[in-house]
Design a protein around this ligand. Structure first.
Ligand SMILES: [Mn+2]
Length: 323
């Protein structure tokens, strides 16, 4: 991988490493940061994870989760900065300044169209950034402790729908097997992340299902959740996770969207089946992601209703063009 030798060299002279997660952090960016942190610490380095956003509390079961801090709380300077699962400097949010002020900078990522201008270890075929981190851990002979294995397995699992997406390749499962060999507990991770819900999540899901609409002869499924729905359910940001899949699972649906008014803005999650490309639809609204799953924050719409109309128009356009 391009950038690997440079990273190895940079690590040799480094003492303090700063690790960076992206805005709206998911299991892959969090798991990759914590996995890298444990592995680097095991090799005698200092490593600190940073995220400019609030972290979803669901990942609190991972060892070292509380080590994450906001970038302005960083003390001292770092020799090496590593952005994990971050596709562009913008996605660092307010952590960008800390990243850019560090002398040696690298990103480890699997997104299409990574636009960083630094040392790059990018594999667009990897199902998760955690998969690349595992390759690096092995290639650099870093220790894979149980804590690191739990974190990296979490990254692999969350980015692949628990090992069920098209992106899953032999290397993904080999990476998972290595994590299990080193102490990762698939049952604990699966139960904690996918089989445990709080009341606000169940209520929000109920509201979402009652608002599911279909369009274009059943090829589009759309859910729009208002601020009122959020207040009724008592929902927090992380409670929206996964709801879009209910729309995507409806038989005959090629494009599914969840639009939601949240404290962080008007968010949209997309799930599309081939040949419709989620990332192309997201790009129309300044967002990004992958062909099967993408997301964006919609800006400049005076109401949920106008945003919904614009989104529906874009979904219908994508169906005409791609399907
Ligand atoms: Mn990822």
């Amino acid at each position: 991988m391009a950038g690997f030798d440079a990273l190895r060299a940079a690590l040799q002279g480094a003492r303090r490493v700063a690790l960076f997660a992206h805005l709206s952090p998911d299991g892959d960016t969090i798991g990759s940061c914590l996995g890298a942190m444990h592995a680097l610490k095991g090799a005698g380095l200092e490593a600190h994870p940073f995220c400019a956003d609030l972290l979803p509390p669901d990942f609190g079961f991972l060892e070292g989760f509380s080590a994450f801090s906001l970038p302005f709380k960083a003390s001292g300077s770092f020799d090496l900065a590593l952005a994990l699962d971050v596709s562009s400097p913008d996605r660092l949010g307010s952590a960008r300044a800390l990243f850019e002020s560090t002398p040696a900078r690298f990103c480890v990522d699997h997104h299409l169209g990574n636009v960083f201008d630094c040392g790059k270890i990018v594999d667009e075929k990897a199902a998760a950034t955690a998969e690349i981190v595992l390759e690096l851990v092995q290639a650099l002979n870093l220790p894979l402790t149980k804590s690191a294995a739990m974190a990296l397995y979490t990254g692999l699992s969350t980015d692949t729908g628990n090992f069920s997406f098209e992106s899953v390749r032999e290397g993904t499962l080999r990476a998972a097997a290595l994590c299990v060999k080193c102490g990762a507990e698939p049952e604990t991770i699966t139960r904690t992340l996918y089989r445990t819900r709080n009341l606000s999540q169940i209520k929000l899901l109920g509201a979402a299902l009652s608002k599911l609409e279909t369009h274009a002869a059943g090829q589009i499924a759309l859910i729009a959740l208002s601020e009122e729905d959020r207040l009724w359910a008592g929902a927090s940001e992380s409670d929206y996770e996964g709801i879009v899949n209910y729309a995507a699972e409806l038989k005959g649906v090629l494009a599914a969207a969840l639009l939601s008014e949240r404290p962080s803005g008007l968010r949209c999650s997309l799930r599309c089946q081939a040949p419709v490309d989620s990332s192309k639809i997201a790009a129309l609204f300044g967002g990004g992601g992958h062909a099967r799953a993408a997301g964006m924050t919609l800006q400049g719409f005076p109401s949920l209703q106008t945003a919904k109309s614009a989104l529906l128009h874009a979904l219908k356009g994508a169906l005409k063009k791609d399907a």
